[in-house]
Each structure stands twice: as structure tokens, then as C-alpha cells.
Ligand binder design. Structure first.
Ligand SMILES: [Zn+2]
Length: 503
């Protein structure tokens, strides 16, 4: 029987079902990771909404997207396909997670869990010991974990064929992702920042890990990314008050949002609460949870402000928008808003206004150098993932050396070849982060131009942000940026933003 596109009534029913399904998942994630409920019970939710995520639903929405190739229709089609594919490989993902949390290595007197091997290496002073731990980790990965990844890829490859796509890359291009254009920008960014990176990373690695960039090994990055010397300035008990005051300057009353249940800051201490801040948009808008266990330190502040950016975006999204624009859409937009608030925490003007902070320029320098590291890593990852998702499973093993080559060239630090299967973000999420960094840099330039260096303390800037947030994800990052600033998404804007602080 030929597949037919859903009728308008069927589409409305599908939208309503998707809305309830995502709400139930977000409620469950919140309950579990906020430490209110021990088990994470996703299976019953998937079972209840199973008809949304079938092959048939994916194929029928594919027909609808062919007949009406709008962004809205692409979103529904993508939602169904990702749910269908995810369902087929969920068991593999669970087995990988179980192995990662149970595998151990005997190191001298003590056993060290798989996930603690990298941090252990970072703290191990003897290089021959580090090399031994690395060999043990690689061995476990290749023997136990990588075969599961290959199995999942084979399952996915069959499913992709039934969705009419030769591989995942073709499927995602069909959803409207302009990955080739972004890849060209990544190559440009890697070129234009090569010298800048070599100089900045060398200084950063020397200061924080005591090694030059040319001597640096992958385990040194753990120490470089963690800079405890700034922690005393980022006190735990000041986090939520600083967020409240920052939002207050923009004309947003966090207490009032809490009273109305729109944004609920859950900062209670609970034993099983996730140590990392997260946002759970249970209802968009109407019930957005911003969860934090305030411990303090620069990382913790960064995470809170990032998640607060998501929370305010979702809480201000217009209730009149369809589910495609409220809960689906281009996540580069919500990541962009999250980055805008996150980057306040290394903005000298903000640090001087909000905190008693010495050497703000030095801190901003480190922030820019770290950002450069991550953007270059993601550029290389996108280039790698484009090859990865176009390679047949039978030839996947051949990508080991490509992974090392692309990531190693970008960072001047060789990654472990055994990570070539696990260092993949589902659904090309790397493209969301890359575009969100550009979006943030370009929106920030616009805000500074319109409202001055301390734009974040201007109520008019808050008015503009609230207006833009109300659009949810109706527009993709490109169209939204174009509407606000008249410019296209340009990764080079991130390079300029970085150069500003690396002077
Ligand atoms: Zn985020």
C-alpha cells in the first residue's frame, strides 16, 4: 500500500500527542535529576506514545513534508524519524551506559571506574603510569564498548533505508539542515584562527598544566579546562541573587515568574540531585523548571546562566505558537539565547558591575582562549561527523585515522583513536552549538551597538529580548538573526569576538 500524507485532522492529533509526550518526558527528567524520584522511568512514556514514533508515522510525515516543504512540516517529520531511530537503538545506548558505569581497571591497590580513568590520568604525575592507564582505557573501549556502537550503526543503517535515505547525512539534509555551507565556514574558521589558537593555547597550557602546546597530551586538557583559582570569586550563595539582579535589570522579575509558576528556580539541596544545572521546560510556556544545586565556582555560574537563558526563552515563548515552534524547531536558537546569558559571566563589564572581581580582563582572556579551543574542536567534529554519517558501516573502521587527523589538526593535541565512534553528537547537534556561538556573537554586537557596552543593564534591551523570545523557535537561527541584525550567521563573528579579548 502506498504511503499517504496525514489529513489536517490527523496532523492536529499528531501535534497534540507530541506535545503531551515531550511534556511527560521533561516531567520525568525533572523528577529524577532533581532528586525527587529514584528511577528514571522512560519506558512507560515511550509505550504510551508509541504510535507517534513508528516507521509508518515517519513515512507519512515524510510524504507530508514532500508535499508541503515548510520548516514546520520538516520539524514534525524529523521528530518522528528521530523517535523511530532512537527507539531502535535505545537498548544499545543503555548497554553502553551500563558498561561505562560498571567497567573497572585495577590500578595498583585500587579499582578505578571507566568514567574516572581520564580524570585519574590528569592527576597522575608519572608519564609511564599515564600511558598505562590510557592503554587500559583504550583496550576496554575497543573490546567492550565499540562493538556495541557498530551494532547500533548497523541497525540504524537498515532503518534509514526504510525511511528512504541512503545514510543519516542524506536524511538530515532532507530536513533542511545546510550542513555543507556550515562545513565551509568551519574550514574558514580553522584557517583564520590557526595562528591565534597556537599562541593562545600554548600560553593557557603552560600556565595551567605546565606544558607547552606541542608537549601537551590529551589528558592535560582536563587540568586546563578546570581553573580553580577563580572559584573564590564565584560564591555559591551569590549565584541565584546575581541571576535575579541581572534579569531584574532587563525588566524580568524572577520572583514573580516563580509565583506564577512560569519559571521555578529549584535550588533546594537534595542528596540525589544532579550536581549540574539544567532546565526542564515541562510546559512551554507556563511551567519551566530551572534546577540548580548551587556549589559555586566559575563552571557552576556559567552553567546556571546558560540554563537560565534556555528557561527565559521557553517561558517567554508565545502560547499561540504550534508545537513545532514551541517545543521543536532549530535548537541553535535556544542554545544561542543560553550562550548570550552564559557569556555574561566572563564579560568584564558585567563582572565589574555584579561581582567584586579583580583582573576581569585576565579572566576574559582565559574565557576567550577556552572558547577558541571548543569552537575549533566543534568545527573539526562537524567535518568528521559529515564523513562519519556518509560512511557505510562496513567501512566505519577506516575512520579511526580520519578522526585523529581532523581533531588533531584542529587542536594540536591528538585524540584517542578509540573514541572515533563515541565522540558523535546525535542528530548533528554540533551544528546547533556552532551556529549558537555565531548567533551569540552577532546578537551581542547588535545589543552593544544599540544599547551600549552595558546593554545587559538596560530595560530596553530586555524589552527587545522578550519580544524575540516570544517567537520561540518559529524561525531558525539564520532567519531570526537576519530579522534582527540584517546579517547572516557567520562563524567568523566568533573569531572576532575571541580576538577582542585575546589582544
Ligand atoms: Zn544548552
Amino acid at each position: 500500500m502506498p504511503t499517504t500524507a496525514p489529513t489536517p485532522a490527523e496532523l492536529d492529533k499528531y501535534r497534540a500527542g507530541a506535545d503531551r509526550f515531550i511534556a511527560a518526558l521533561d516531567q520525568e527528567y525533572y523528577d529524577h535529576y532533581a532528586g525527587l524520584k529514584d528511577e528514571l522511568e522512560l519506558e512507560p512514556i515511550y509505550r504510551e506514545h508509541a504510535d507517534l514514533l513508528t516507521l509508518e508515522a515517519s513515512q507519512r510525515l515524510g510524504e507530508a513534508a514532500k508535499a508541503e516543504p515548510t520548516q514546520r512540516m520538516h520539524e514534525l517529520w524529523r521528530f518522528a524519524c528521530e523517535g523511530y531511530l532512537g527507539g531502535l537503538t535505545r537498548e544499545h545506548a543503555e548497554r553502553v551506559a551500563a558498561l561505562e558505569s560498571t567497567l573497572e581497571v585495577q590500578l595498583g591497590e585500587q579499582k578505578v571506574g571507566f568514567r574516572m580513568l581520564r580524570p585519574t590520568m590528569a592527576n597522575e604525575p608519572k608519564s609511564e603510569e599515564r600511558a598505562a592507564i590510557e592503554r587500559a582505557r583504550n583496550d576496554l573501549t575497543d573490546r567492550n564498548i565499540n562493538p556495541l556502537h557498530v551494532e547500533a550503526l548497523a541497525v540504524e543503517a537498515d532503518a534509514l533505508r526504510s525511511l528512504g535515505a541512503p545514510n543519516a547525512l542524506a536524511l538530515y539534509k532532507g530536513f533542511g539542515l545546510k550542513l555543507d555551507e556550515l562545513a565551509a565556514q568551519c574550514r574558514g574558521f580553522l584557517d583564520s584562527t590557526e595562528r591565534l589558537y597556537e599562541k593562545a593555547a600554548d600560553k593557557l597550557f603552560r600556565e595551567r598544566a605546565g606544558v607547552s602546546l606541542s608537549q601537551a597530551q590529551r589528558w592535560d586538557t582536563v587540568r586546563v579546562m578546570r581553573a580553580p583559582e577563580w572559584d573564590p570569586y564565584f560564591k555559591g550563595d551569590l549565584m541565584v541573587p546575581a541571576l535575579k539582579a541581572t534579569l531584574g535589570d532587563l525588566g524580568i522579575d524572577l520572583d514573580e515568574q516563580r509565583r506564577l509558576g512560569q519559571v521555578v528556580v529549584d535550588d533546594e539541596q537534595r542528596p540525589n540531585k544532579s550536581p549540574r544545572a539544567f532546565c526542564s521546560p515541562i510546559e512551554v510556556p507556563g511551567k519551566v523548571m530551572l534546577v540548580i544545586q548551587p556549589m559555586g565556582g566559575a563552571d557552576d555560574w556559567r552553567a546556571l546562566f546558560h540554563e537560565a537563558g534556555h528557561a527565559e526563552h521557553f517561558a517567554h515563548t508565545s502560547a499561540d505558537l504550534p508545537v513545532e515552534a514551541r517545543r521543536m524547531g532549530d535548537n541553535a536558537v535556544t542554545e544561542g539565547w543560553a550562550m548570550l546569558l552564559q557569556h555574561l559571566t566572563d564579560e568584564p563589564a558585567w563582572l565589574n558591575r555584579r561581582l567584586d572581581f579583580p583582573r576581569a580582563d585576565e579572566f576574559a582572556w582565559e574565557g576567550a582562549a577556552t572558547l577558541l579551543f571548543f569552537v575549533r574542536r566543534y568545527c573539526a567534529k562537524l567535518l568528521y561527523e559529515l564523513e562519519f554519517h556518509a560512511t557505510p558501516v562496513s567501512q566505519i573502521e577506516g575512520l579511526r585515522s580520519r578522526y585523529v587527523e581532523l581533531l588533531g589538526d584542529a587542536l594540536k593535541i591528538e585524540p584517542s583513536p578509540t573514541d572515533y565512534l563515541s565522540d558523535i553528537d546525535p542528530g548533528f547537534y554540533v551544528s546547533n552549538y556552532l551556529r549558537s556561538w555565531a548567533f551569540e556573537a552577532q546578537i551581542r554586537t547588535h545589543l552593544k551597538h544599540e544599547f551600549g557596552t552595558t546593554w545587559f543593564a538596560r530595560r530596553e534591551a530586555g524589552g527587545l529580548l522578550r519580544e524575540l523570545w516570544s517567537e520561540g523557535q518559529r524561525l531558525d537561527a539564520h532567519d531570526m538573526l537576519k530579522q534582527v541584525t540584517g546579517t547572516e550567521i557567520e562563524l567568523e563573528a566568533v573569531a572576532e569576538r575571541i580576538r577582542e579579548h585575546l589582544k
